[in-house]
Design a protein around this ligand. Structure first.
Ligand SMILES: Cc1cc2nc3c(=O)[nH]c(=O)nc-3n(C[C@H](O)[C@H](O)[C@H](O)COP(=O)(O)OP(=O)(O)OC[C@H]3O[C@@H](n4cnc5c(N)ncnc54)[C@H](O)[C@@H]3O)c2cc1C
Length: 502
């Protein structure tokens, strides 16, 4: 978003004391921005407030140094086609204000078998391509004897009805896979997918959530990007809020959600108070209940339930600023039989274990949109997985191992690096989600999409306080990261309309 627009949005802050709205949305992450834009479009007097100077939350386009504009961390989206983003832009009448990019030759997968050796490589498209599956099977070294079971798994997953999928809320994807005789290489590939898509272990992710997303990716591909930076989408949605008569206050931290007689009354911010009978919180269910509203407004069993909810794992990493265009593609995932993380390996990370090569997720924003880097230069944003603790004990060791892995994977990279910056859980928490419980705050997604927290067990988007709702990756939606947030934005907007605005 141009700085002038940010300034215009902020100008109004000082005048706006105790204004009355139909709905206040706290947080302009993808979930909050989607929800606010749709509610404004549908006629609600809407206020959207975010603590940061830029919208986007965990998907914010942040960097500006030296002519680079880049996502703060590696980020691409799925599905590429048929996404909620396209539908929301359409409803807002803003489809021509954001270019959705779905390039071919964009996705590189690198796989190394147990015991080391060279990585095998497949280059695929961000939209469905019948060639890619065969190439992946080849890369994984599948033998003719492996094919009948592998194909049975593909057919079962792609043909499953929504009702059959619902029955798998309480089954982990690893348990679901135990009904198929698939080789280790294919299990490692699916373990990597669970890590990349949900940032949780394959033996904890709910099979229902995984299968829904695999179906979406099968139909629509994955590896979508947005012109102007991935999170530019949130900036466009904020423009949508204003276009439909709403107000966007950036750089404004909410310190309290006011509740009287069991119902929401408004918010207190560092720039004054605002009233509304409906508050939709994008700040995370745990920070909302335990901090912004306060435990005293909920019964003990609900507070206990909220405290026990499990966050997703995290991604930390390094941004490399390169003096030449080194990478030829937009997204790289490098994994091995040793580096995808199941629950046991996540637990071992906590006690100091690291694989020789960590799983690497690398994106190159200027591949998708050349304006994101100065001519002749490139930024590569690389991440790997860890626990969500903002004060992660093994952060330094993991940054070093990521750097070593990257330089082994891409000989010649070191010679192109002009400068580098690191990102980690503390930055993610400071920018997006308050740490209100030990070890929580730096989560990559929001709540973990694991057994016990998916489908019917996902938290209800309507809180047990009149007029209070949650939006974003903790409630109301399904899918991969940003897509789950947008899906929640769409569904929570509909819920608020139905329950509060008729
Ligand atoms: C390192 C990393 C890599 C990722 N990679 C991908 C990827 O490749 N693909 C993908 O789809 N997803 C990815 N994700 C996940 C994705 O970005 C998130 O799941 C999604 O953007 C979350 O959106 P949200 O709406 O739930 O909330 P958030 O993005 O968390 O937004 C919450 C908003 O609330 C605001 N807020 C919080 N507290 C307050 C307060 N007190 N007052 C005012 N405002 C407040 C914050 O400033 C923030 O803007 C990644 C995330 C990370 C961290």
């Amino acid at each position: 978003m141009p700085d002038s627009e940010v300034e215009t949005m902020n100008e109004a802050v000082n005048e706006a004391v105790s204004e009355e709205y139909d709905v206040i949305v706290v947080g302009a992450g993808i979930g909050g921005a989607t929800c606010a834009a749709l509610l404004a479009r549908r006629g609600a007097r809407t206020l959207l407030v975010d603590q940061n100077a830029r919208p986007g939350g965990k998907a914010m386009v942040g960097g500006r140094e030296g002519g680079f504009r880049y996502d703060l961390w590696p980020i691409v989206g799925g599905p590429s086609l048929g996404s909620q983003f396209a539908r929301v832009l359409d409803e807002l009448g803003m489809s021509d204000e954001l270019e959705i990019l779905t390039p071919s030759q964009s996705n590189v997968i690198l796989y190394r078998k147990e015991g080391g050796g060279a990585y095998a490589k497949v280059v695929g498209s961000s939209v469905p391509d019948p060639q890619t599956a065969a190439q992946v099977f080849n890369m994984l070294g599948l033998q003719p004897a492996d094919l009948p079971e592998t194909l049975r798994l593909f057919e079962d997953v792609s043909g499953m009805s929504p009702e059959e999928i619902d029955k798998l809320d309480q089954v982990s994807f690893a348990d679901f896979l135990s009904g198929y005789r698939i080789p280790q290489s294919f299990l490692s590939y699916l373990g990597m997918q669970a890590n990349i898509i949900f940032v949780v272990p394959i033996d904890q992710v709910a099979a229902s959530e995984m299968i829904r997303v695999l179906q979406d990716f099968g139909a629509g591909g994955a590896g979508r990007y947005h012109a102007g930076g991935f999170g530019h989408m949130a900036e466009v949605f904020c423009r949508g809020v204003e276009r439909y008569g709403g107000r966007v206050l950036l750089g404004t931290r909410v310190t309290k959600v006011q509740v009287e007689s069991g119902a929401v009354r408004g918010i207190v911010t560092d720039a004054g108070s605002f009233r509304a009978p409906v508050v939709v919180s994008n700040t995370g269910i745990q920070p909302t209940v335990l901090k912004l509203v306060g435990e005293e407004h909920f019964d003990d069993s609900y507070v206990g339930y909220v405290r026990e909810l499990v966050p997703s794992q995290a991604i930390m990493g390094i941004r490399y600023f390169l003096d030449r265009p080194f990478f030829e593609h937009g997204m790289y995932i490098a994994f091995s039989d040793e580096s995808y993380l199941d629950a046991d390996r996540f637990a071992r990370l906590q006690s100091g274990w690291l694989p020789d090569d960590v799983l690497v997720f690398n994106t190159v924003p200027a591949f998708y949109d050349k304006s994101l880097a100065p001519e002749g230069k490139q930024c590569a944003v690389m991440g790997t997985f860890c626990a969500p603790d903002p004060d992660l004990a093994y952060a330094e060791a993991l940054w070093q191992r990521l750097d070593e892995t990257a330089k082994r994977l891409w000989p010649g990279l070191a010679e192109c690096v002009e400068s580098e910056t690191r990102f980690g859980n503390r930055q993610v928490s400071d920018l997006t989600r308050d740490s209100v419980l030990p070890g929580q705050g730096g989560e990559c997604i929001g709540l973990a999409q694991i057994v016990g927290q998916c489908g019917k067990q996902k938290p209800n988007a309507a809180a047990p306080i009149g007029g209070l709702y949650y939006v974003g990756c903790d409630a109301g939606g399904y899918g991969c990261g940003t897509h789950q947030a947008a899906d929640s934005g769409v569904k929570v907007a509909a819920l608020v309309q139905e329950q509060q605005l008729r």
